[in-house]
Each structure stands twice: as C-alpha cells, then as structure tokens.
Design a protein around this ligand. Sequence first.
Ligand code: GLU
Length: 296
Amino acid sequence: MRRPVPKLAPMTETPEIITRFAPSPTGYLHQGHAYSARQAHDFAREHGGRFLLRIEDIDRGRCKPHFEQAIYEDLAWVGLTWEEPVRRQSDHMDDYARALDVLHQKGLLYPCFCSRRDIRREIANSGRAPHDLSQHSPEGPLYPGACRGLTAEQTAANHGADIPYALRLDMNKALEMVAGETLTWTDLDAGEQTATPELLAGLLGDVVLARKDIPTSYHLSVVVDDHLQGISHVIRGQDLFHATHVHRLLQYLLGYDTPIYRHHGLLTDENGDRYAKRHNSKTLKHMREHGEVLGF
Ligand code: GLU
C-alpha cells in the first residue's frame, strides 16, 4: 500500500506583521491622526497581523488624562480595534534609561546646558542670517554644538550650579562608530533608503536624547518601544521622514533590528492645509459629538 506523501512545512515562516499608532496626549486628535491610525490598522488587518496602540506620554507636563481618554474614544469612533494592554511610555522609563546607558557607555552622549535663547544667540553670533535655512532643522534651530567641547571641570561646575541640561547625541562620534557601513531601511512608498551622514549631522545636528526633567526623548523612546514591541512595519506620516534617519542610526548603535517603514502622504483640509494641532484643526471629539463623518 502506498503511503500518503507527507506535507512539508514551509521552510521559512513569514514574520508576524505588527503595526502601531503612537499618539501623544498633548491635545485632541484630528482627522490627520485618524487617517494615520487607519493606515497602520488596516495594513495589519489586511495581512493577518496585529495592531497596537501606544501612548507617547513622556512629557508629563504637556500630557493630560482627558486627552488620553479622548484618544481611546476617538479611535473606537473611527472604527479601530487594538490590543490590550496599551503601552504607556510613562510606565516604562527604566527601559529608556537602560538604552541611554548603552549610548553613554559608548561615550556618545554629552550634557548641553544651552537654553533655546543661548542657541539663538550662538547662531546669530556665527554671522549667518537668522533665516538661513542651513541653520534650521525640521525640529527647530540647528544646534551649533557649543557644549560639545566643555571640559570635565566646566561640566561639573554647571552640574554643581544645578543648571538644567539636555543629553545630546554626539553625531560625529556616532557616525565614526558606523565607520563606513551603509545604514539602509526599506520604505514601502519611497523604496530603499540610505541614512546619510549629511542628513544626520547636517540636517538634525546633535539630537537631544534626554533632559534633566524628562530623562528620555521622542527619538529615544520611539526606537526603544518599536524594538521592544516587535513592530515589523512603522507606518506614519511623511512629516516624520527625517526622523527615520536618526532612528536608523539609533537602531544601529543599540544593536536593534530595523523595521520596514512607510511614510504616508498627509491629509489636507478643504483649504489644502495640513491637519495640525497648532492649526486648530477640527477635532475628532467635536466631530463625533456633532454627528459629523470622516472626510476620507
Ligand atoms: N508620538 C508621535 C506623534 O504624535 C508619533 C510617533 C511615531 O509615529 O513615530 O507625532
């Protein structure tokens, strides 16, 4: 009697698809957020994957419980479902401290005691016009690096005087550590991308990774969380495309895998303006309370 041919298991298992939406409860969400959340949610659902919601609430001064509550109500109103428990960054400060320590041990951090006003003054003294675009990163004025060369004594004196400080990533040292390796990522819309030293050092400068009062930053905590939560696809707006250059570098320095990215186009309102908290865009809360429907 002939035996049935056994079915072979596939040689490689398809990695699990995990996406996330990661809002900050510093205000009410608008339609741009709803669009972005839906992009990440639908991608996971279409691929039999998992969709996570993460509350990015490291800035305890600006984040408010009623904004966080509205996030849950808004996203449910949009028709999304997500896994519980939701990760709230403020519950995981130890994770960010550990990552910061890895970078500190590699000698890649330095304390910067400059206030915003100091930075503006330093730029003005450099003789460049204040509107010179080369002095502005997408995150504000490009930090010229005054504190990079502080001596140990100056640093100790500033700490002794209890001057507030930020811990910055020494981009030149970090890039030396990369030493000729090409850091790439796959971007579903834009294709293969290379994180370039010019973009990292020239565009963003020595990014802030922690502050005295908030011992982590957006860049650090987002990279740590995407890693710890096993996010396979980071789907977010094009306004964060520049940040992916920094995130790719941090993944390298921290020894993390790199997820696949997709930076979707930004939704605009009837005037062609981007939805934004600072543009006073109509909130999802207002829309659901007034029986309005989403415009996409
Ligand atoms: N928390 C960020 C924001 O609200 C988004 C983080 C991300 O998607 O990488 O803009």
